[in-house]
Design a protein around this ligand. Sequence first.
Ligand code: FAD
Length: 400
Amino acid sequence: MNAAGRKRKAVVIGAGIGGLTAAATLRSTDWEVEVHERAKELRPAGGALSVMTNAVLALRTLGIDLKLADHAEILEELHFLTHRGKRIRTLRFKEICDRLGAPSFGVSRTLLQQLLLKEIDDCPVRLDARATGFEPDGGGVRVRFADGSETHGDVLIGADGFHSAVRRQLAGPEQPRETGYICWVATPQFTHPRVPKQYGGHYWGRGKRFGIANIGGGEIYWWGTKNMPPERARDWQGDKDEILRTYAGWAPEVVAAIEATPFEAITAFPARDRPFRSEWGKGPVTLLGDAAHPMMTSLGQGACMAIEDAVVLAHHLKDADDPQRALRAYEAARRPRTRKIVEGAHALSALEQTEQPLRVLGRDLFFRFAPASVVDKQNAEYLDFHAVGSPDDRTLETQP
Ligand SMILES: Cc1cc2nc3c(=O)[nH]c(=O)nc-3n(C[C@H](O)[C@H](O)[C@H](O)COP(=O)(O)OP(=O)(O)OC[C@H]3O[C@@H](n4cnc5c(N)ncnc54)[C@H](O)[C@@H]3O)c2cc1C
C-alpha cells in the first residue's frame, strides 16, 4: 500500500516467462499487477526449457510452487558426448540438486506458460498491446501503446525480451552481439532406445552441436547448432536436407530425431546476445529477463535468470517505502550474478562452437578429465539461488 492506503500498481510489459513470473511474484506481495503483451493471443509457445534448481529455490522464497514435479521430467544427468555418441563426461545433476534441496526440470515452454498462467490466476493480461514508450508521471509512470491507449503505474517493468522497447528508450539504439551460428530447435514426438526417460545428451562436433532432452509425454526437445555467417543465420532460408547433411554420420539418435521432425516444426534462431549493460533502469522504470541481460543458451539459464529476477524484484518491492529506491536495489542485487552468467555463457558458447582442431581437442580433454570437484563447484554456483546475494538476505530465506 502507498501512504494514501492505495494498492500500488506495477505495469509489466511482456507476457513471456519473465513477465508472467513477475506477475506471479508481485501478486504474492500486496502489489496490483497489469501485464501487457503485444501478441494477439497467448499461443502455445514452441520449444522447451530447463527450469533449474536455482529457479525452483528462488520461487520457493515467496512460497510459489509451480508443481513442476507433477508435470515435467526431472533432469538427473546430462551426458556430454562426441558427435558419434561416445561419452566425454556425465554431469550428475541429481547429486548437486539433492544437496541444494530442489530438482531441475526439462519442460516444454507451453507447459511452463500454462503453469504460470494458472499461478497468476485473475491478474489481467492485456493482449494485442504493443508498448511504444513511457514517461515519468506524478511520481509514477505513464506507458503508451501502439493503438493509442495508455496506462499508469507506480513502476514499469520491461520484460519485453531481446528486442525490448523499454530498453531501447532507456539505452538508445544498440547492436546485438552476433556470434555466427544458428540454432535449430524442435519438440517432436519421438522414441528411441538410446533416449530413455529423463535422458539429456549434448553431442559436440566441430562448429556444430546437437542436444536431446526427453521432456516426457513421448516428446523430446532437440536443438542443433551450426556455424555460418551472421547474416545467413539471421535470415536462414535453408531446408531440412541442410540440417540432415549437417549431422550426417552423427549418433543414430541424432539423425533419427531430425528425420522424425516435420520441417514446419523446426524453428531457427540466430545465436546472439548483447554486451552486458550495467544500467537497467531509471526512476520508476526497470528491466527484467532478456530485456535486461540477453544471453547465449550454453548454460541453459536464460529463463531461470528471468525467474530469479522476478523473485528478487518482488522481495525488494514488497513493503518498500520508496519503490524507485527498491528498483535500484533490485538492479544492484542482480547485476553481479547475471553479468557472470551472461559472460560465462558467451565464453562457453565460443568454446563449444570452435572449429579449430586443437581447441576442439583441448575442450574435449578438459571436459573429460577436469576433476569432479571443479566441475561440481562451478555447477553448484549456478544452481544455488543462495549464491545470489542481496542487500537484504534476510528476505530471501527459503520458506518451508
Ligand atoms: C533456442 C533457445 C533455447 C533456449 N533454451 C533455454 C534453456 O534451456 N533454459 C533457459 O533457462 N533458457 C533458455 N533460453 C532462453 C530463454 O528462452 C529466454 O532467456 C527467456 O525466454 C527470456 O524470457 P523473457 O520473458 O525475458 O523474454 P521473452 O520470452 O522473449 O518474452 C518477451 C515477451 O514480451 C513480448 N513483447 C516484446 N515487445 C513487446 C512490446 N513492445 N509490447 C508488449 N509486449 C512485447 C513478446 O511478445 C514476448 O511475449 C533459450 C533461448 C533460445 C532462443
